[in-house]
Design a protein around this ligand. Sequence first.
Ligand code: NAD
Length: 512
Amino acid sequence: IHTRVQSLLLEFGISEEPKGLAIGSRWSAGQGADVSVHSPIDGAQLASFAMATPEQVGQATSAARTAFASWRVVPAPVRGELVRRIGDRLRHHKSDLAELVSWETGKITQESLGEVQEMIDVCDFAVGLSRQLYGKTIASERPLHRLTEQWHPLGPIGVISAFNFPVAVWAWNAMVALVCGDPVVWKPSEKAALCGIACHAIAAGVAAEMPEAPPGLLSLVIGDAETGKAIADSPELPLVSATGSVPMGRDVAVRVAGRLGRSLLELGGNNGMIVAPSADLELATRSILFAAVGTCGQRCTSLRRLYVHESIADSLADQLRKLYARLPIGDPKSDGTLVGPLIDENAMVAMQTALAAARQQGGTVFAGEQVTEGVPAGGFYVRPAIVEIAADAAIVQQETFAPILYLMRYRDFDEAIAMHNGVPQGLASAILTNDVREAELFCSPAGSDCGIVNVNIGTSGAEIGGAFGGEKETGGGRESGSDSWKAYMRRATNTVNYSPELPLAQGIRFDL
Ligand code: NAD
């Protein structure tokens, strides 16, 4: 195990070699194949250990089922107290956990700190929520009857997460699920297994100090797609929340639907922005830059498609090329770096393949090459690319998880909206305009068809207070804020008759 990573893990209370399975604070060695975790920064091996098998997933889900029986009747504000304490512990570990995120995913320090802050914010949100799991009182059509709905805990929740938000996505799900009364079984990405181990150690450590929290409340299974499939197939998990690529989501959706469970899917995005002639171009370039090259283009909400009005396209493209040419690319842990590495060689190959396809389809490619000077050896660093291309080019339809920005021109606003919506994915979208009619139209039912619709701000970097997720192939799930919590609970509608009569609904008579 990498020495710096080992000392970070020690901070979170992990003194032994990483293990593939944890049920609460009880860690066991995985019985599956080895996973070898490498840092995208320099390719160094961070750790290698055995993953959990599908049978071991079964141990975690049955412990969760047992935990559910007691956790569901713990008062919700007491469940919130557990989450409050987890949030406090995360505040204490913020910089260490952020450093681990950088080691394992190659995020720049600012973004890693932001990701841990997002976990803390979601804890605060969930604590407040723990006193606000409101049901409605509904006017009954019958005299002396009360019609109400209650929200009850649903059961153990399976969480499958992607490499690029290795800690926040779990927190979005787990903190809300905990206050909703649900145990959680988490399978992090095998590319970010150590972040999973660290978060689990922190949260399970807090839970172990609270007598109301049963041992199987939080579990961790380290594994790959096979382990993920075991989660999707488990009848003990009434809800599976899965974040990752569209092919993964399609597989999980079919498996969960096959057993009539529920799935909450947060899948790929192919996010677009319209830059209108009235846009503040200084604001536009700054928001494009953060959205398109932040996290080296490896956010689900990364900006990938830019539709610019033809009257300003040349000057905006020129401005962007100048900025792209001087982007600080390198070690994500160094001050001043804005673009860290891609996650691995496959990501580099996928990027180069997409750029070759774009050229073949008539695109003009600016930059996008591998960078080897001034960056740590062993990582895969690239200069983000801008591709001027026709809007109907096939490559524009697909999400390539790398920093490629397709720049396309439009003449007519309705045409821009149609092109913007003309892709299979529907996660995040934005318009840069000072024309209130355009802005409102973009936000209207006839505008963007995405789950996230922004005005004068880029596509990425959502706040936790809103519901997060997208439409079409993005999967339709909503997580984090607003009333996303309802996905983690079951609704019971109660009709209570406090009259001596038995009037039937709809006036039906049924007298003997
Ligand atoms: P991925 O689909 O390769 O893996 C995601 C997770 O699913 C991993 O834990 C993996 O082990 C597991 N998995 C893979 N195949 C599976 C299967 N058949 N059954 C069950 N589990 C399976 O994705 P990735 O490369 O880690 O992440 C990048 C992708 O995630 C991008 O497409 C990105 O847009 C998407 N993403 C979406 C959101 C969102 O909120 N919409 C957030 C982050 C990432």
